[in-house]
Design a protein around this ligand. Structure first.
Ligand code: SF4
Length: 340
């Protein structure tokens, strides 16, 4: 049986291979988050589930979808927030209003395109097209290896948009994408930053965007398998993120007692796509990213978790915000050495 790697764990390894070991090999959960991060995680998770439940009904009218999503949120609200510590009832009510405003923002901006694209695709398949967490899989083989490794990615929704098959993942925020958020093409500074990050002799360390490029490569390949299964051979695949809980997305007008949410999304396909490869294959691909992705997967599959080759960079960039810092021997050893 071939080795299998979850793409989220592989992205963690871009920050530090030891994180991958803690998460994927030992199954350890990271340290407790701050209350603000925990609230954002709830908003992302509850809204994501409510939106997927609404889309599964087959409704295409945004108002009807909003009503379905709100009903789903209401049905699960008490059970889901039962064990959550709130400072007051007012805080709990406020959080619920933020969730409802997030659903409204989704209905206003995205629901119509997503639901109608789903309806078009449903006519062609009886398979699952709405998650949360629809599994996709692809395989990579590192140069010089004959061992294929399966990469497991996930999206929350697959739909048809004109001539593209689109995978959407609802994420908490787009902030980890760094410059990918502000660029629409691979050639130029995105390619330069990627090459600098993967060059062991260069001090550049940009794990957020590099991890997102690997995630895009694996997800697009998984979507291509779905496309082929559905016999949509003339459609290119695209991959989008929609952020449901970004810190700057919320505005509260305390005078008018109003909560407003603005949602952001980004299409990672254009910034990933290298036009040289596209010219040869007519696929949304990037050979440089794909070959580095295969090499990283191969290193992880063969148990290469030691961060010390890049220790200076990892200890200054990744350790301070690492969820495993309290239990990590590499980090604690460094702290003792520094104190002593
Ligand atoms: S604390 Fe530092 S060395 Fe340990 S897993 Fe986290 S990033 Fe890696």
């Amino acid at each position: 049986m071939s080795e299998s790697i979850a793409v989220d764990d592989l992205v963690a390894a871009v920050h530090c291979p030891r994180r991958y070991e803690y998460a994927a090999v030992y199954g350890l959960d990271g340290e407790e988050r701050s209350s603000a991060e925990a609230a954002a995680a709830r908003r992302h998770e509850y809204c994501r589930r409510a939106i997927c439940a609404a889309l599964r009904t087959g409704e295409t009218d945004p108002d009807a979808l909003l009503e379905r999503a709100r009903t789903r949120l209401a049905d699960h609200w008490h059970a889901r927030t039962d064990g959550v510590h709130y400072h007051s009832y007012a805080q709990r009510d406020h959080e619920r209003r933020v969730h409802e405003a997030t659903l409204r923002a989704y209905a206003d901006r995205f629901a119509e395109a997503h639901a109608s694209g789903l309806a078009t695709l449903r006519e062609r398949t009886d398979g699952e097209l709405v998650g949360p967490d629809l599994p996709l899989s692809s395989t990579v083989t590192a140069p010089g290896s004959d061992e294929a490794i399966t990469l497991e990615s996930r999206v929350d929704l697959v739909f048809l948009d004109e001539s593209s098959l689109v995978g959407v993942r609802f994420v908490p925020t787009l902030s980890s994408l760094g410059l990918l958020r502000y660029r629409g093409r691979w050639e130029g500074d995105v390619a330069d930053r990627f090459e600098a990050h993967v060059d062991a002799a260069d001090e550049t360390f940009d794990p957020g965007p590099v991890g997102a490029l690997y995630e895009t490569a694996a997800t697009l390949d998984g979507l291509r398998a779905v496309r082929d299964r559905l016999e949509l051979g003339d459609h290119r695949c695209r991959y989008r993120h929609v952020a449901l809980a970004a810190p700057g997305s919320l505005r509260v007008n305390w005078v008018r007692d109003a909560v407003e949410v603005t949602l952001e999304s980004t299409d990672l396909t254009d910034v990933f796509l290298d036009h040289h490869t596209y010219g040869m294959t007519l696929e949304h691909r990037n050979r440089a990213v794909e070959s580095r992705l295969a090499a990283l997967a191969d290193a992880l599959a063969s148990g290469q978790f030691d961060p010390h080759e890049q220790w200076e960079t990892i200890s200054s960039h990744s350790c301070p915000s690492c969820p495993y810092a309290v239990c990590c021997g590499d980090h604690l050893g460094e702290e003792v050495r520094f104190d002593g």
